[in-house]
Design a protein around this ligand. Structure first.
Ligand code: ATP
Ligand code: MG
Length: 566
């Protein structure tokens, strides 16, 4: 199989039964012990960017658990920060999740749907004497928070009465105060060793319109206050998030307990996905796009779901990859080669074969009749006869790839050379007897003859078998195309390492344009999104910008892992 790689990879968290997934084990126990009656999970993106390969792990985990335990998974947009959020991200995130093959059914939710409920919960905390309006500004609050080794100080406004707080909070809502002049804080413990419990902020004033609630609100709830209550309102059972929220769990639980909510979701943290040769930061993505280092968010080299989709990765292979990496509490970096392995494995099984010449040299078969078109046959898929055969026209003038000819080759070079022989795949053995160059010394044409006894792999008796077999395309019948030969965006395994600028790690060969490529005519009916294996070259996809008049093809990946040995 193309590109098979040893998956006994040490970095995989797996057991003989498969990849580790400690959350699945917790859920199984919860159900067995009757602690939970069913399973409800959620994927909670903030609509402030496009989904990337890191999100894939969370998507596959949340939707996968719901599927496995016959529960449901909600898609909830965590849209509490109107400044950074945008409808275009909401649309794109939904498209990407659907493309990956997951469905939230009728459970599309927005944290902003709960703004009324959240306001009422805040009022309840105030009434219970557990939240207060603070007039300190951001700097003062920060200074009074203390440090890990040093307790914080109570705000001078901490002992306002519930009545005063209720009045002030309502006036905050009504827009009577300036941004930054007041916040609502929980009243917990300024000397807690957990900084998140030192009277955390619950609401702040933001006089900006929200993409869903318009001008209705000028106070917005903070993430920690919003998240657990949204989970609770949706009756989520297991609220799965990444490790950096571990220290927020006591606050998550405090809010639910103090409000005596009718149900209590359980927050469970897991290690985020890290990949080598990849950056996973929205900030860096934005820089890549804005500095024109890539063509956009869906540039096929971007680690975004849309980029990988355009590159030709399949949803099946991406899901398999995400399942294979396991779910643990230990941060690790997975090799990009593992993802690529799953992509190759899937494409190898599904892609039709074809021939394409990316960097052509003209070959003239001098003893081939001028207007003769000979159809030769090749399998659509070598491992699946039921897919039939393709017919490939062979004509007097052909193209072969520049890589397959060497004027001054080393020993054991089995492709074409002056006075040498090579076999045209599915065709004849040809013999090169003249090399024609332009005034710069560049080879522009090879004059050859073909041996009509050799069609379809035949070696005439008494003659030596020709070892080299190369691909080719008829010059008259081939389809002109532009091929974008993509490779890894970074050539450093850790582009974000200490003291490094990711720009220094950009791979200068991550995109090589081949504007004079020729494709086998069986591609004439190919549409954007169709995938092929170009024999000997790799896997390719017809780009979304491709038209009948200007065919554009992207290389998804090489046949073998060329990075493993680097
Ligand atoms: P930001 O830091 O800007 O909020 P984010 O990557 O956390 O970015 P979200 O939209 O908040 O973006 O993420 C949605 C969900 O995806 C969260 O539950 C988050 O934990 C999860 N997630 C994000 N990155 C990864 C990652 N690398 N591995 C696993 N899960 C991730
Ligand atoms: Mg986040």
């Amino acid at each position: 199989m193309a590109g098979t790689q040893d998956l006994s990879n040490k970095e995989q968290d797996s057991t003989p039964q498969g990849p580790k997934n400690f959350i699945q084990d917790i859920i199984k126990d919860d159900l067995q012990q009757g602690k939970r009656q069913g399973v409800v999970t959620r994927f909670p993106p903030e609509p402030n960017g496009f989904l990337h390969i890191g999100h894939l792990k969370s998507i596959v985990l949340n939707f996968g658990l719901a599927e496995k335990f016959e529960g449901r998974c909600h898609l909830r947009f965590d849209d509490t920060n109107p400044v950074a959020e945008d409808q275009k991200y909401i649309d794109a995130i939904q498209q990407d999740i659907k493309w990956l093959g997951f469905d939230w059914g009728k459970h599309l939710h927005f944290a902003s749907d709960y703004f009324d409920d959240l306001y009422n919960f805040a009022v309840q905390l105030i009434r219970q004497g557990q939240a207060f309006v603070d007039d300190c500004d951001g700097d003062e609050i920060r200074k009074m928070r203390g440090a890990l080794t040093e307790p914080g100080q109570n705000s001078p406004y901490r002992d306002r009465s519930p009545e005063e707080n209720l009045d002030l909070f309502e006036r905050m809502k009504n827009g009577e105060f300036e941004e930054g002049s007041k916040v609502l804080r929980a009243k917990i413990d300024m000397s807690s060793p957990n900084m998140n419990l030192r009277d955390p902020l619950l609401y702040r004033i933001r006089k900006v319109a929200h993409h869903r609630t318009g001008d209705k609100w000028c106070i917005y709830p903070l993430y920690d206050f919003t998240h657990g209550l949204s989970d609770m309102l949706e009756e989520v059972t297991h609220s799965i998030c990444t490790l950096e929220f571990e220290d927020h769990r006591p606050l998550y639980e405090w809010i639910l307990q103090e409000l005596k909510t009718p149900n209590e979701p359980q927050q469970i943290e897991f290690a985020r996905l890290g990949l080598d040769y990849t950056v996973m930061s929205k900030r860096v993505f934005l820089q890549l796009v804005e500095e024109n280092l890539v063509s956009g968010w869906d540039d096929p080299r971007m680690p975004t779901i849309r980029g990988m989709r355009r590159r030709g990765y399949t949803p099946e292979s991406m899901r398999k990859f995400a399942e294979s990496v396991g779910v643990t509490k230990k941060n690790s970096v997975i090799s990009l080669g593992t993802l690529e392995h799953f992509v190759r494995e899937d494409l190898d099984q599904t892609c039709a074969r074809a021939m394409a010449v990316l960097d052509p040299i003209k070959v003239t078969l001098e003893n081939f009749a001028d207007d003769k078109i000979q159809m030769v046959k090749g399998p659509v898929h070598p491992k699946d006869e039921s897919r039939g055969e393709r017919e490939i026209p062979l004509t007097k003038t052909l193209y072969i790839d520049r890589d397959d000819f060497m004027e001054d080759p080393p020993k054991k070079y089995f492709r074409l050379k002056p006075d040498g022989k090579v076999r045209l795949r599915y065709g004849y053995v040809i013999h090169c007897h003249e090399v024609i160059k332009d005034s710069d010394g560049k080879v522009v044409e090879l004059k050859c003859t073909y041996d009509d006894r050799t069609l379809g792999g035949v070696t005439p008796e008494g003659e030596k078998k020709v070892k080299g077999i190369i691909h080719w395309v008829s010059a008259d019948k081939g389809i002109p195309a532009t091929v974008r030969v993509y490779d890894r965006l970074f050539n450093d395994p850790n582009p974000m390492g200490k003291d490094k600028d990711f720009r220094d790690s950009l791979n200068p060969e991550s995109l090589v344009m081949r504007e004079n490529a020729f494709l086998e005519p069986s591609l004439a009916s190919a549409k954007p999104g169709d995938r092929f294996q170009f024999e000997r070259l790799g896997f390719f996809i017809v780009d979304q910008e491709s038209t009948d008049d200007a065919v554009v093809i992207n290389r998804t990946i090489t046949l073998k892992d060329t990075w493993a040995k680097k």
